[in-house]
Design a protein around this ligand. Sequence first.
Ligand code: NAD
Length: 510
Amino acid sequence: MNIAAKPASIAADAAAILDRLGVDKAAYTTGDLKSFSPVTGEQTGSLKTVSASEASATIERADEAFRAWRLVPAPKRGELVRLLGEELRAAKTDLGRLVSIEAGKIPSEGLGEVQEMIDICDFAVGLSRQLYGLTIATERPGHRMMETWHPLGVVGIISAFNFPVAVWAWNAALALVCGNSVVWKPSEKTPLTALATHAILERAIKRFGEAPEGLSQLLIGDRAIGEVLVDHAKVRLVSATGSTRMGREVGPRLARRFARAILELGGNNGGIVCPSADLDMALRAIAFGAMGTAGQRCTTLRRLFVHESVYDQLLPRLKKAYASVSVGNPLDGNALVGPLIDKLAFDAMQKALDEARALGGTVHGGERVILGNHDAFYVKPALVEMPAHSGPVLEETFAPILYVLKYTDFDAALADHNAVGAGLSSSIFTLDMREAERFLSVDGSDCGIANVNIGTSGAEIGGAFGGEKETGGGRESGSDAWKAYMRRATNTINYSKSLPLAQGVSFDIE
Ligand code: NAD
């Protein structure tokens, strides 16, 4: 049996993975953008970045590719995405580990992220035979009216560090079957996983054989390169995932040139635990939702409203779970909570906890855990009992902080639940049908995702994913999210021998 030697360092581990996935060593050893692993804080690479003019040239090439790709029948385009799914299956172990190295996720979450990529490929392959429009009744005899969906053009993807590769796949798999070309600007904090993903795609493209050159491209760089993508006239849609701050800059720039936007921004997700809740189930869902991925999911549970009748039963159990959760090196395989991405995230967490204390909050946990390396930022997840829904509770802090509030009146809890800027994910724990249905109803949760008896995080790809208000309003992934990646034409065909005008207008010329 061949047992691979344990790599000497995380950088060596990453390099071995990149090598196996076919990434050219020069791409991550000879550049100006340094990449780091939050697991130890050590440097893992130095990547070549593109200049603004190179980025523009890349977009021009993608536009050329689009003009050829749109003529390929959609089911044939689906074949490329099917091959991508196959290549991702083969690379799952390596890419999952690289996600763990670069984003600090525990192994099951690193692998889960790659599984999401595979799932969306499967979804998109089926979709490639279902890009259908309506046939609509017309008011004119001898006429037929219908909708046709056409490819849009170059689709720009800007992604965040915390889902370094799945977000690309959600967008790219749909964009490609819809007949578009793709240009991706990954987070500058996770560029190695982007190189690896692109090498995997290139293998699929090679097997496919007939894809136009430049169909899918990568722009390594910081936000300035993202801005090139946002401002370029040939990019017809930008799907941008990241903070609400980023969305406030990107949204108006896209609107100014009438380009389309899918904005997937910050969340400040809430849950309500009602008197009839199954507390065993709620406890597990809350623990994963609030502490999983070290609180660095857009759908992380950040605010919990607990009815006064169950508060004293749930809180001790939650405190126990928080005190005993294993925080540690995610590559070792035993920890449930890995590191924060960097020092900035740690400082933001401590600032929010100080603000909560100043407002009378009682903080359990939240302190730094030193694991041998001062450049890595591990923390105990924080459980904060808050006297009021105010201060830091109203904002997303991208770290594992769960604010807990006691409630008496369901309507008041629901009003507080909705009284934040973000509107991404939400959940209610109840066995009372009236409460559950109310939460999902028109005057219930105002979020893009509203769940009953499951947590706020861990969405499946089959549903449309996204949120309202300051979360940006975009939808990606399943359901009919594909429509955002295409343009719709309404066609009316006259097969009669006369020319009746709509609305009974008469305009007779001699
Ligand atoms: P970020 O906003 O700092 O960066 C995200 C991406 O945007 C990066 O690639 C960055 O280079 C780019 N960017 C930043 N400013 C830009 C600009 N002006 N023009 C063009 N590009 C720009 O976010 P982050 O710290 O990487 O990620 C965490 C945030 O992302 C959290 O707020 C989280 O909730 C959010 N997020 C949302 C979703 C969602 O689906 N709603 C998913 C994942 C993460």
